[in-house]
Design a protein around this ligand. Structure first.
Ligand code: ADP
Length: 346
């Protein structure tokens, strides 16, 4: 039987693969020949721009898109550019254009309408929160300090002023967590970059070392080689681990140790934070991840906290396609573990 030489097979299948990608990708793709005429437009680009391939093929961009000057520029200029392109029906795309050695040009359009919408809603929320909640709280803190400065205040007044400052700070932190949670739950776009978990853990341990020292708690880190790399949003993953480690220190007694451990199997990365602290009663294990849930335990009630840390951690882990759970024995300690897909499964 006649077989074509291997390069041909590779060439053909590559062409078929590019064709498949061209037809199925959700990004809009338009290519132009060396004379600046449109020679291909994929279904996504046609749908975004409300045209049919017949409207465009073998024509100049200025003939097809004359009402959209920025798009015409993106299609006709010879340099590599990135520009926002208005689409019909109030939608928005980011357009990338590049010209190749043979004089042909390719333009990619990514519809970012929802993403931009969320970003502007987040900014609006952050502005409202800053204005309506954070500013009055800062004023409270500031005035408490002023009273002390313009003293003299007696010991009891001094204690009250300190309480005002501490409570304001607690509210400040709570507002920050609420905004973060609302934003993550709203489906905000997360970053998607390789994240080395050990680097995150090291920086969190450094940040929380003074807190652990004050509480007399020892932190032990155990690392596996190679350390797992996951794809995700480093700032958000950092926040999730921060809450777990912060809790482990907070809910431990002096002289006890907290162990943070990270490992991987074939497909997944695991991270666990184990303490020998107060533990959780079985009935509460399911509820602790709920928003604003705090244990009824008197020890917990006497410690500061807004009941949002675990909700934030769970939301972040789940948005990364992972899972988080807790195991605990009341009076003996707790272990929180989360699992995330590896960036590259072995
Ligand atoms: P916060 O710690 O601010 O109260 P979280 O959402 O982080 O809020 O935790 C919710 C509750 O879960 C805590 O109030 C506490 O009752 C319990 N909890 C969390 N972590 C631990 C832990 N390591 N050991 C014991 N209890 C814990």
């Amino acid at each position: 039987m006649h077989r074509p030489p291997p390069e041909t097979i590779v060439g053909m299948s590559l062409r078929a693969r590019y064709d498949y990608l061209f037809r199925t990708t959700s990004d809009g793709l338009i290519t132009l020949d060396a004379d600046g005429r449109i020679d291909r437009i994929n279904p996504s680009a046609a749908a975004m721009l409300r045209v049919t391939p017949e409207d465009c093929l073998a024509r100049l961009p200025s003939q097809v898109f004359k009402a959209n000057r920025l798009l015409v520029n993106l299609l006709t200029l010879q340099n590599d550019i990135t520009v926002d392109i208005r689409l019909p029906e109030h939608r928005l795309a980011v357009g990338f254009g590049a010209t190749f050695e043979d004089g042909g040009r390719m333009v990619v359009l990514q519809d970012v309408t929802e993403q931009r919408d969320l970003e502007s809603r987040r900014e609006a929320l952050a502005r409202t929160v800053a204005h309506d909640l954070r500013n009055p709280l800062s004023a409270l803190e500031g005035f408490a300090e002023l009273v002390q400065k313009f003293g003299p205040v007696n010991e009891q007044q001094e204690r009250f002023l300190t309480r005002i400052r501490q409570t304001s700070q607690k509210l400040f932190d709570l507002i920050g967590s609420l905004v973060e949670l609302a934003w993550i739950e709203a489906g905000m776009p997360l970053e998607h970059v390789p994240v080395q978990l050990s680097t995150l853990i090291e920086s969190i341990v450094t940040e929380l070392a003074p807190f652990a020292r004050v509480r007399g708690v020892i932190i032990a880190v155990s690392k596996q080689d190679p350390m797992p790399i996951v794809m995700g949003d480093p700032a958000r993953l950092r926040l999730a681990i921060y809450h777990l480690l912060h809790n482990a220190i907070l809910y431990s007694h002096a002289e006890q140790s907290v162990a943070i451990h990270c490992w991987q199997d074939v497909e997944q990365a695991f991270c666990s934070v184990a303490d020998q602290g107060i533990g959780i009663v079985p009935g509460e294990l399911e509820q602790i991840f709920d928003r604003m849930y705090r244990s009824n335990d008197e020890y917990v009630r006497n410690l500061p906290g807004g009941g949002l840390g675990l909700t934030v951690a769970r939301t972040i882990v789940e948005r990364h396609g992972g899972q988080i759970w807790a195991e605990s024995t009341y009076g003996e300690g707790s272990t929180f573990t989360f699992v995330l897909p590896l960036a590259e499964a072995r």
